[in-house]
Unconditional design. Structure first.
Length: 220
């Protein structure tokens, strides 16, 4: 008999993006543009940790609680868009060395038909992930005015770590108030630079998807 108390996990948008792209968006784009399946294989190999972690959650074998912040849904769409634009840049023959240049890539746009199809693919996967009592729950982010100590935590993060993005600081602060024990992300900066502080002060471990999956297997 398993006597472990359920733990709470908050999942970053980048982990969800990799799963959504692997599941539906990338196969659609490969078929649409007539690309080889090697594209999917390379992407899957690079982001297999995220894919396997989310896939394991959907099997419902673990009793822990898993959350995604509601405002992260916007970031998921942005992440999927960037992945789709990367394929379009490849097709358009833009050299990899120029991809970081906004001047070179600002004119790379997705057609209306492709955009609509991607939107539909993403929404289908949202249904699989979040809605109708699914395994992963949407967490309504807190109102700073309603929580005493919110800005104390938020400011300690952004002042001590000037490279920390607003979105990430919001997620970590919300994870603390959610009483999450783990924040799952592919962002190595968060894990390596900020993880010790959040674990020591708030009991929040920042882990990559592969480590998260190993922790879940241990709890089965």
């Amino acid at each position: 008999m398993n006597f472990f108390m359920p733990r709470r996990w908050l999942i970053d948008s980048n982990v969800i993006v990799h799963w959504v792209c692997s599941e539906s968006v990338l196969p659609y784009l490969i078929e649409h543009f007539g690309l080889t399946s090697d594209f999917w294989a390379v992407y899957q190999k690079r982001h297999n940790e995220s894919y396997m972690f989310i896939s394991s959650l959907l099997k419902g074998e673990n009793k822990d609680e898993f959350y995604v912040a509601d405002f992260s849904l916007n970031e998921i769409f942005m992440g999927v868009r960037d992945e789709a634009r990367a394929i379009k840049m490849f097709i358009d023959g833009i050299p990899l060395s120029r991809w970081p240049s906004r001047r070179e890539t600002s004119q790379v746009r997705l057609s209306e038909d492709i955009s609509k199809s991607i939107y539909e693919k993403v929404m289908e996967k949202f249904d699989d992930l979040f809605y109708g009592g699914k395994r992963i729950k949407l967490f309504q982010t807190i109102n700073p005015a309603d929580e005493e100590g919110y800005f104390e935590i938020y400011s300690s993060l952004i002042f001590l770590y000037p490279e920390l993005k607003t979105q990430d600081a919001l997620l970590l602060t919300n994870a603390v108030f959610l009483d999450a024990k783990f924040f799952v992300t592919t962002d190595s900066y968060l894990r390596k630079k900020i993880g010790r502080k959040t674990e020591e002060q708030y009991g929040l471990k920042i882990v990559k998807p592969g480590s998260a999956r190993a922790l879940l297997r241990y709890r089965l």
